[in-house]
Ligand binder design. Structure first.
Ligand SMILES: *Cc1c(COP(=O)(O)O)cnc(C)c1O
Length: 362
């Protein structure tokens, strides 16, 4: 087999090699059915067992309490930006958002299309390079929910702890950090994540919600955009993205084999430390973008002194087998996305490359 790239793509992103290999083995003939899983009915026993097992694996890994339901939806996290206010924002209520960066802003703007909104806190004055501290966050009494973006994929910041919101449901976009560390699901009314960063391929969005929030949607909402449709039909109202859900199933089994989320977090912190330490010990050659106490362990953003030097870094990194280190076009600079599936060896190779690049250009 040809050499695997050092894949630091932001999304779609790296998938564990063993998961790809297992999927390859089962690709043409799934469990002696004479078919690929892509070719079979989503109403049949084989697919249904994969579907239900995927929910069970999430329940196990995240220790999801009773009274929560896992949904597998389509349309990406971006569709959740609209479905959340459509389903949950009632008359006389406001949808409250913590503005932490590009993705929080998109979620907030969708809610503005639907109803009354409120900004609970914002770090825009600091160019979104930090997560507001918990005591900056103000939730109005008539809030339908408080929405936070757990990890800002573009800016490279991450909540280290989540606000307590009392009777107001806390909703979190975990698209770029779900399963990167243990999570107390009972703190949340709902969490959601597009799969293509930490869960598998694109095409499915995981929603984990308190059942009372998704069991009766307003009557005026179209069928497919109602949470109650998917809740009542176990995410099988229409044809689900069966292959993507199967891949998520495989990724969850792999996480379980790694020792679950405590072990995964330890590995992620070691990976991130390799690169942050290189930045912090570079005497200003590399400049971390996010404020240190808000740094993400998933998306690590940094800059060099000039755009010319950044271009040179990207060009030489590509020649050395690294992929995806260019920052998002909206903010520039450099970004290494070190999701769960990015091996320690890739991060070690990047830290070594960074040190060598500094030696030659510093
Ligand atoms: C990638 C991303 C999204 C958008 O996900 P889609 O599935 O492409 O709609 C939303 N929020 C965050 C935090 C992301 O990283």
């Amino acid at each position: 087999m040809s050499q695997r790239a050092f894949n630091f793509n932001a999304g779609p992103a790296a998938i564990p090699l063993v998961v790809l290999e297992r999927a390859q083995q089962e690709f043409v003939d799934f469990r002696n059915s004479g078919m690929s899983i892509m070719e079979m009915s989503h109403r049949g026993a084989i697919y249904e067992s994969v579907h239900n097992e995927t929910e069970s694996l999430l329940q196990k890994l995240l220790n999801i309490p009773a009274g929560y339901k896992v949904l597998f939806l389509q349309g990406g996290a971006s569709t959740q930006f609209a479905m959340i206010p459509m389903n949950l924002l009632g008359a006389g209520q406001v949808a409250s958002y913590v503005l932490t960066g590009s993705w929080a802003d998109k979620a907030y703007k969708e809610a503005k299309l639907i109803g009354e909104t409120h900004i609970a806190a914002s770090s825009e004055a600091d160019k979104f390079m930090r997560i507001p501290s918990l005591n900056e966050i103000e939730v109005p009494d008539n809030a339908a929910y408080l929405h936070v973006t757990s990890n800002e994929t573009i800016e490279g910041t991450q909540f280290q702890e989540y606000p307590s919101t009392g009777h107001v449901p806390l909703i979190a976009d975990l698209s770029s950090d779900i399963l990167c560390r243990p999570l107390d699901v009972s703190k949340f009314g709902m969490i959601y994540a597009g799969a293509q960063k930490n869960l598998g391929p694109s095409g499915v969005t995981v929603v984990i919600a308190r059942e009372d929030l998704i069991s009766s949607s307003p009557k005026t909402i179209p069928t497919m955009l109602r949470y109650d449709t998917h809740f009542k039909n176990n995410s099988l109202y229409n044809t689900p993205p069966s292959f993507a859900i199967y891949m998520v199933n495989q990724v969850l089994k792999w996480i379980d084999e790694q020792g679950g989320l405590t072990a995964v977090e330890k590995n992620n912190r070691e990976k991130a430390n390799l690169i942050y330490n290189t930045i912090d010990h570079s005497n200003g050659f590399y400049l971390g973008c996010a404020q240190p106490e808000s740094r993400s362990i998933m998306n690590l953003t940094f800059r060099l002194q000039s755009e010319e030097l950044e271009k040179k870094f990207i060009k030489e990194s590509e020649q050395a087998g690294f992929v995806g280190l260019k920052g998002h076009r909206s903010v520039g600079g450099l970004r290494a996305s070190a999701y769960n599936a990015v091996p320690y060896e890739s991060c070690k190779a990047l830290a070594d490359f960074m040190a060598e690049f500094q030696r030659q250009n510093g």
